[in-house]
Design a protein around this ligand. Structure first.
Ligand code: FES
Length: 127
């Protein structure tokens, strides 16, 4: 029921961990199942220079987190905000429909991390 790509990212997830001095952090919980994901980003010249994730969730959530870190790395912040859950699912050659809610987490956490970064920048500029 899972594609080979989902299984591969689940077994061998990329960019796992935490960035202690992250420039932005996005943490989201899934209302459907209660699983939680955090995404950490480092930003340089308005681009995502480094990205890591921590996911307390199912295999699909781990695979989508892993895939989204690959999709977002090197992208501009605006491009990162445009990555949708469908992009992630497509890149993984699809997810079973009962597991589509799991891909919400990855896209939402990424978007939250970018927003968190921008909020911190504003605060910085306003003193
Ligand atoms: Fe919770 Fe997949 S079952 S994220």
């Amino acid at each position: 029921m899972y594609s080979e790509k989902v299984m591969e990212h689940f077994r061998n997830p990329r960019n796992v961990g935490e960035i202690p001095d992250a420039d932005g952090v996005g943490t989201v919980g899934n209302p459907v199942c209660g699983d939680v994901m955090a995404i950490y980003i480092k930003v340089k010249d308005n681009h995502i220079n480094d990205i890591k994730f921590k996911t307390f969730g199912c295999g699909a959530a781990i695979a989508t987190s892993s895939m989204i870190t690959e999709l977002a790395k090197g992208k501009s912040l605006d491009e990162a905000l445009k990555i949708t859950r469908n992009d992630v699912a497509d890149k993984l050659d699809g997810l079973p429909s009962i597991k589509m809610h799991c891909s919400n987490l990855a896209a939402d956490a990424l978007h939250e991390a970018v927003k968190d970064y921008r909020k911190r920048q504003e605060k910085h500029q306003n003193g």
